[in-house]
Design a protein around this ligand. Sequence first.
Ligand SMILES: [Zn+2]
Length: 257
Amino acid sequence: MTGTAAAAAAAATTTTLSMKLLVDTKSRCVLFAEAGKDVVDFLFSLLALPIGTTVKLLGEESMAGSTGELYGSVERLDDTYVQPGAAKDALLRPVIAPSPAAASNVALLGLPPPTPPAPAKRFYRCSSGSYGSCRDYVGDTYATKCPKCNSSMTTECQLAPPPAGSVTAKTDTVVAAQGFVRGVVTYTVMDSLAVSPMSAISSITLLNTFAVTDLSVLQEKTVQIGYKEGLEILKASLQSKTVLTDVFLGNKSRSHA
Ligand SMILES: [Zn+2]
């Protein structure tokens, strides 16, 4: 683990999620898991991670494809080859867009919080209003000189609310607190990370598809997902179709260890 990754781990909040696995003890694999909103929010949030962030989290060497090489190339590229004003950090430490989905991975993976949206702009008009046409001007800097009468434009104007029904940007903070999926539902998470809302009937159907005849080999296992497991899930999701088995039953069937 690199210094920065260790620091991120230390800085990571103590967020821990839990989920219930149904394990086939005979074949040592996870059949499926039962998870709440928090776990599903985290899994879906992996899609909101920029690739640069993923490489940084997992390390260049542990990337299955070639993105690690790309990352390393940018890292090693001498600044003299980079356009003035183009920051390498934009690729190596990309900004994560604030969104309900991203909030979950930020919390669990110890990533820096997304940059908050810029504060609303303020507008000022002429304070003296000597001429009628003073009203034609508005400035976005306090005490701009009025082009008409040269007075200071210091009277703040209010931005009129858009007409009802028009499309505006959602209030990020409110939505972020709510995550992505609805909370009252329990979800089924397959070993391959296929996620769907759970029902009693679907569980029985699932058991049938696995052709489980001997129910005594099945075992429920509740597992915790913290920073370490979160990273392992991210890593496994990029290279495996048996993520839950890999991460929680420690089946290192692949040679990437
Ligand atoms: Zn004026």
